[in-house]
Design a protein around this ligand. Structure first.
Ligand code: FAD
Length: 544
């Protein structure tokens, strides 16, 4: 046998590490927002995330995809989905480490901050299974909004046990929730829903119609919208009824998707399906919007995790790959690219964690935090989910051809990125929601001004940009046409304000120069001269 060659100059696998402690921006953000109590839990999840076996499970769950089983071998309709064991291991880990609904039951003042950090970290392992984890988290605010709700739902969703399979929810150790609103004729405009709900003498409703997107259809319970006699109403749909029989929940087919492949997303039909009203008839949007705003935060966290995971791989590769006589990381142009990606990721991290800390503060009755979250979340969702698409693409390219190969894991991140922009209100819908926040709750604009004001005086370019933004809000002509522009500026200035207050000047100055003052090109790697790429990249290195 003739040896053909030796393998040279390939990047070694990353060693086991604590993904949390190596993420300087995340660590500092947790500390800045009062998350000392969160550190042990974050380190536990961070260490698991740094074990190669978990990422391998994540890749496996995306290779061996969920399979629909409409009928059993005898022809009975079962409407189940089968998953690779790796999926269940990921789900079990996330539930047991309380990435789901547990924080709502906690008295810790940083419970949501801790969960947010875990979500950013665990996205780097596998993002798809975090869809049902996120919906389980998000169901609680909607359930809590109805004082008459059966609280056993809340207890079941908050329990830290993963108990897969369709059986009586009252007998399960833990529950998972889904949410389905989107129908064929309309997703953003749910008022077009045609699914109907007919009131029964026992107080329940019979639901008939369809949903065009229903992710995680093996969840135990769903929140849905349907037209009741008094208008669009929110309903709880259990997959198994209290007597142990299955509710009608026909899974028509699973979607073939661009990414998010480990997660089953289905089309379903309701035909005399039993629903329990949640909130008053005709107030369905108001009820379910509580759930949507919590899942929106998770799209920001998910986008941040995808950026951080991709950037880590890009820096690691550039440190070890030699081209034209030196490691790639020593090449000035590669440094420009990596520093630019690191700025984007650090800015997203601070903004995501700031919004998570606002959830904790709002839970403790801080009205200013609630208002800030109301106005900042749609802007952050709009902006960071879009940025993560280009960050994952650019980071992939840092690995050259290896980045395009599935086994690098970069294609998984790249394919996943756009979904955060599409679901929970697509880009323009979130930009318009920013305007709605100001119209419906004008005090939210004051909360934004106050947050931006905290960094005033730190940079003349920043001060001028804040003035310009307020001028744009003051001009009420063509607001809808300008909504994306406004959302973008709000998000960038919120990020700048956080970096100016909390990050080293190397990071804040480069961010202000490139994003606020606009001295940068359209693509990453076009930072202006004078940027301290050394410090920016050093902070972002995944193995220090
Ligand atoms: C993988 C995946 C899983 C999903 N899972 C679920 C699920 O579990 N449950 C669920 O309910 N839904 C789910 N969805 C659906 C998703 O929430 C919707 O696709 C999304 O809300 C957009 O709705 P739509 O597809 O009907 O598009 P449309 O509402 O038709 O929107 C099309 C485009 O028009 C834009 N647009 C809409 N209104 C305006 C306006 N006034 N001005 C300017 N532009 C506008 C939108 O931003 C969008 O870009 C999922 C989607 C995906 C991709």
């Amino acid at each position: 046998m003739t040896e053909t060659h030796s393998v040279l100059n390939q990047t070694p696998p990353m060693p086991g590490r604590d993904v949390f402690s190596q993420d300087t921006a995340l660590r500092e953000a947790v500390a800045a927002f009062g998350g000392e109590s969160a550190v042990p839990g974050l380190s536990t999840v961070g260490q698991a995330a740094g074990e190669p076996i978990w990422r391998e499970r994540g890749l496996e769950a995306n290779r061996d995809l969920p399979r629909l089983q409409t009928h059993d071998r005898y022809g009975n309709r079962v409407d189940e989905v089968a998953f690779n064991p790796a999926w269940h291991e990921l789900m079990r880990f996330s539930v047991e480490h309380q990435l789901h609904a547990a924080p709502w039951a906690s008295t810790d003042k940083a419970a949501h901050l801790e969960r947010a950090g875990k979500f950013v970290i665990w996205t780097q392992v596998e993002p798809g299974h975090l869809c049902p984890i996120s919906m389980t988290y998000a169901a609680i605010p909607a359930l809590r909004s109805d004082p008459d709700v059966d609280t056993s739902w809340i207890d079941g969703l908050s329990a830290s046990s993963y108990d897969f399979g369709l059986s009586n929810p009252a007998e399960k150790a833990g529950l998972i929730a889904g949410m389905t609103m989107t129908e064929k004729q309309g997703g953003s405009d749910v008022r077009q829903n045609t699914t109907t709900a007919t009131r029964q003498s026992d107080g329940t409703y019979l639901i008939t119609g369809h949903k065009w997107f229903c992710s995680a259809p093996m969840s135990d319970v769903f929140l849905i919208l349907a037209q009741a006699p008094d208008g669009l109403t929110c309903f709880i749909i259990p997959r198994v009824l209290p007597d142990g029989t299955r509710n009608v929940f026909r899974i028509q087919r699973l979607k073939e998707k661009l990414g998010n492949k480990s997660n089953a997303s289905s089309e379903i039909e309701f035909a005399g399906t039993v629903g329990l009203r949640l909130g008053p008839e005709g107030r369905g949007v108001r009820t379910i919007v509580e759930m949507v705003s919590a899942t929106r935060l998770d799209t920001v966290l998910g986008a941040t995790g995808l950026m951080r995971g991709s950037l880590s791989q890009a820096i690691w590769h550039a440190e070890h790959r030699v081209a034209f006589g030196a490691p790639l990381i020593d090449k000035p142009l590669m440094r420009n690219v990596l520093a630019d990606l690191a700025l984007e990721t650090e800015a997203a991290t601070w903004l995501a964690m700031r919004l998570a800390s606002a959830v904790d503060a709002a839970e403790q009755g801080d009205e200013g935090a609630r208002l800030l979250r109301r106005i900042a979340l749609p802007a952050a969702k709009y902006y960071t989910t879009k940025r993560s698409i280009s960050v994952t693409a650019e980071a992939l390219e840092c690995l050259g051809g290896n980045g395009y190969a599935e086994e690098s894991g970069m294609p998984l991140n790249y394919r996943e990125a756009p979904v955060n922009s599409v679901w929970e209100g697509s880009g323009s819908v979130n930009a318009l929601d920013l305007l709605r926040a100001i119209t419906r709750e004008p005090a939210s604009l004051d909360a934004l001004i106050s947050e931006l004001g905290a960094a005033r005086g730190a940079s003349s370019e920043y001060d001028a940009a804040v003035e310009a933004l307020l001028g744009e809000f003051g001009d009420i002509t063509d607001l809808e046409y300008r909504a994306r522009r406004l959302a973008e500026r709000v998000a960038i200035l919120l990020q700048a304000s956080l970096l100016l207050r909390y990050s080293p000047s190397a990071v804040a100055d480069a961010f202000v120069a490139s994003r606020v003052a606009g001295d940068s090109g359209i693509h990453y790697g076009s930072l202006p001269r004078g940027v301290d790429t050394q410090e920016i990249i050093e902070r972002a290195r995944p193995v220090k």
